[in-house]
Design a protein. Sequence first.
Length: 416
Amino acid sequence: MEPTTSKEEQVPLDELIVGDRPLWLEGPPHDTFKRLRRECPVHFTSHMPEYPEEAGFWSVTLADDVHTVSKDWETYSSGVGGITALTNAILPLELQQGMFIAMDPPKHDRLKALFQRGFTPKRIAEHEDEIRAITTGVLDGLEGRERCDLVEDVAQPVVSRVIGSFMGVPPADDIIWARLMNAAIGAGDPDVTPEGASVVMERDVPEIFERCRKLIEERRENPTDDLTSVLVHAELDGQGLEEHEIVMGFFLLMAAGNDSTKATYCSGMRALMEDPEQRKMVLDDPALVPQAVEESLRMFPAFAHFRRTATHDCVLNGQEIREGDKVVMWYVSSNRDESRFEDPDRFDLRRTTEHQAFGAGGRHFCLGTALARLELRILLEETFKRYPGIAIDGKPEHVESPFANQLKTLPVKLAP
Ligand code: HEM
């Protein structure tokens, strides 16, 4: 086994704090996860120094174990305790529990079925031309520029308009929604919320709800073909959605749609710009773009983790877990599990093994996979078509977060 010499290696395992901010300043601590996969695949972090009121949590780091947790919703609940390692860090638990991502069956299944109507493969495929037009429109806006920031100038405006048009948000409001959603997801990073994470709850969340209620009201009176109209008028067994269910679902979709695709596109572009051989493969054969998308999802899952809570005492991979314990599935680790992926830290377009960036196949498997894959394919295709010589031009910076795995800046030179 290859020796690891990182500083974290020196910390005894029972003192290791996996979510500790200093470990995450430059992205996920891959050396730490490699060590855990090898020495202690189900590891307990006893406390978080910055959040003394939060209970500790189990870290699940191997792909097989993540799969076990993900599939067994009766043992590992999404509904009873919150969906991130820190229960109340951003949204208080009661608010999270209004979103179906934080519910268990049967309530989860009913709501997801209603939302799924807006995400059928046919409905998504119908948007291909529109997504391409949005992307080329944003790239047209760079005409004459030699440099730009791929996060701010390309990814953000594209993903905001795509999810905005899906949901029925007017284009003029894209910038406001992007700010609100980035604050909600990246809260805690000093650049994202310089005033501290608490402003998100005090200032941004009420604004999000207010804007959302207004849109729902408009669609009740004047339905269009956007997703908000679908949700406002959807019925299952004669029963429609209540207003707070639509509001929380809207919030969930705007958050997921604004952030995740942007994160994956930027990290994938960075990897391709850093690896001339892989980039050349994509340029020579654009049919490989879908593989570049999958490899970007594997290496840089937009959400570093999601969490469950044990509903009774149980044993996971030989480790006893108590009722009420937090169980965190680290996709940033399981997607680099050596038992599934050879040379897992290498970006390799030839891989075919399934990753867990969208979850590990359980009931909460991502609703937006088809949309995310389509958007990512178009973004990569159009960027490389227009700027085959695009190159990194400065130091990319990572959001400081053990949840949002994304770059906040990616400065590039557009033409060589
Ligand atoms: C690269 C893009 C994306 C990634 C990596 C991603 C990843 C994930 C993950 C890991 C989960 C949770 C799985 C679990 O807890 O088991 C999830 C759930 C979800 N995602 Fe995505 N997602 C992406 C894009 C999107 C988009 C574009 C949308 C919609 C606009 C979306 C909507 C959702 C929803 C609604 C859920 C909750 C599903 C449920 O609880 O049943 N996602 N996603």
